[in-house]
Design a protein around this ligand. Structure first.
Ligand code: FAD
Length: 479
């Protein structure tokens, strides 16, 4: 009999448990993607760009197998009902989603479809482990990463993750149906096309994910544990947007790490560090699954009264990479130009916003959400809360990243800064992290006029640091 497979943030054909189950059940299958205007957390601009291209790639893959990816625009319930009427499907397959509003939406959708006589089959695939899988000894959810990850590691050692599933060889597809042309759903930016810089860097879709993984294993995996902190080096995988839209599954990445370790492409230490990063991804989703306000509300209640500043001009200077602190500006421009920012630099720019400028972390979260190709509700909120000091297992509030020492330590030759802040590229290495410390003749030789060709620092580091610590102490005293 007929069935529907609803794609969402699982845009791939291999290691797709819902797809494999539908094929194994022998259904005549219709594959669909619904652009739902009522979906919780609509994607930001950069992720819409990704979605457009990932959908184009998936459509081609499905067509190569003789089928069709049907694209519809409307609420999930209406469109699924329509598709059910058109195909006669009695079964609907999908991959589970885990953010609180998505869980609620899917629960309602499942109940409504069941009431119409459909059976909904939901499958895992987005994370290494389902978020209800590990708990503390007393049965409560973990709040701290290390014991969480120890428990996950033990679980995985004991039961394994199972082998990644291959792409089904043969799918019995249903008849072709009307489908909205991808170009008509306005996922791409129009004038100005701010995504020009994305194109040489990313190939959204399943083939692109594997090409990226292979390139990383070749060029950057060896030395990952140490090298991952250096933004100018190729030691980070850049797999995050592929994982975010499900172009590759974490289980597939895990299996590739096992293989790479076995082949000596990656040391045990490097592979284990990478596995732990996948663990952070799971942990963020776990925290949000168990704490429904986590995305929007400080995990530690005492921070809920923090006297955040609101200053539109300061926020804009940060967003545009015009703070006068080169490492911060380089990061913010990398984000704008490529839809991505290196993790070390994300921490530095986030700390600058919430500590140096004392602007609400939610303003930074929102900007990231709109501009990151890997924008993820759970990882984004968890990371912002971690930097702000208000999250579960967070960096202590008094840890204020020093943008100069961070730049000197992690971009020692200035390659990263020179790439994204070319107007100061002519400065000698020793002044790149803090151009205002350069003597006048050095600035002149490099063609730098502070306040003109490049901004003077928008705040003084020592003063801003002290103001942040004072605000925090006031909070502790009042708590
Ligand atoms: P790699 O070092 O190659 O790591 C491999 C994978 O592990 C990543 O692809 C990612 O899926 C996962 N991972 C690595 N670090 C983290 C982490 N700290 N938290 C959760 N997962 C991690 N990551 C997102 O995917 N989406 C976001 O919206 C996001 N927002 C962030 C906001 C801030 C303020 C900060 C400090 C970090 C944020 N991160 C986010 C986490 C991290 O910066 C990115 O996952 C990482 O930089 C992606 O690059 P990569 O794939 O090269 O990482």
């Amino acid at each position: 009999d007929a069935a529907l497979l609803l794609f969402r943030d699982d845009l791939r054909l291999s290691d797709h448990p819902a797809l494999t189950a539908a094929v194994q059940a022998g259904h005549r299958l219709t594959c669909a993607f619904i652009l739902d205007p009522d979906a919780p957390y609509p994607p930001g601009g950069a992720r819409k760009w990704w979605l457009h291209h990932a959908l184009a790639a998936l459509s081609e893959q499905v067509a190569d197998l003789g089928g069709q990816l049907v694209l519809r625009h409307g609420t999930s319930f209406d469109e699924l009902t329509r598709l059910r009427d058109e195909t006669g499907a009695k079964h609907i397959y999908w991959s589970r989603r885990y953010t609180p509003d998505e869980v609620a939406a899917d629960t309602t959708l499942k109940a409504d479809l069941t009431a119409q006589g459909c059976t909904v089959h939901s499958h895992p695939g987005r994370y290494l482990l389902e978020p209800w899988r590990v708990t503390t000894k007393s049965g409560t959810p973990f709040k701290v990463f290390s014991p969480f990850w120890r428990a996950c590691r033990e679980d995985i050692r004991a039961t394994g993750l199972g082998d990644p599933l291959p792409t089904p060889k043969k799918i019995n597809f249903g008849a072709h149906l009307p489908s909205v042309p991808l170009d008509e759903v306005d996922l791409l930016p129009t004038a100005p096309n701010w995504a020009k810089g994305f194109e040489p860097l990313w190939q959204p879709g399943e083939a692109g994910a594997w090409a990226r993984l292979d390139a990383f294993l070749e060029e950057g995996a060896q030395g990952y544990a140490k090298g991952r902190d250096f933004p100018a080096e190729p030691h980070t995988s850049r797999l995050s947007p592929y994982l975010q839209s499900g172009n590759i599954s974490p289980r597939q990445v895990w299996a590739a790490l096992d293989r790479a370790e076995h082949l000596g492409q990656m040391s045990g230490r490097d592979a284990e560090k990478f596995r732990a990063e996948l663990g952070w991804r799971d942990f963020a989703a776990y925290l949000l699954f168990h704490n429904r306000d986590f995305e929007d509300c400080e995990f530690q209640p005492k921070f809920r009264d923090f006297p955040w500043r609101y200053d539109k001009d300061d926020l804009t200077a940060w967003q545009k990479g015009q703070t006068g602190y080169p490492i911060v500006d380089a990061g913010m421009r990398e984000l704008w130009q490529t839809g991505y920012m290196h993790n070390r630099v994300r921490m530095v720019v986030a700390s600058f916003l919430v500590k140096h400028l004392r602007i609400d972390w939610r303003a930074g979260r929102d900007w990231f959400w709109d501009t990151l190709v890997d924008g993820d509700l759970a990882s984004n909120a968890a990371s912002w809360q971690w930097v702000a000091g208000c999250g579960a297992d967070a960096a202590p509030y008094f840890r204020v990243f020093n943008p100069m020492t961070q730049a000197e330590k992690f971009d020692p030759n200035g390659d990263y800064i020179r790439k994204y802040v070319p107007e100061i590229a002519g400065l000698p290495d020793k002044y790149l992290a803090a151009p205002w410390t350069a003597p006048d003749d050095v600035l002149e030789d490099a063609g730098v006029v502070l306040g003109d060709t490049y901004p003077a620092p928008m705040v003084d580091h020592a003063t801003a640091r002290k103001a942040a610590l004072d605000a925090f102490e006031g909070l502790s005293a009042g708590a």
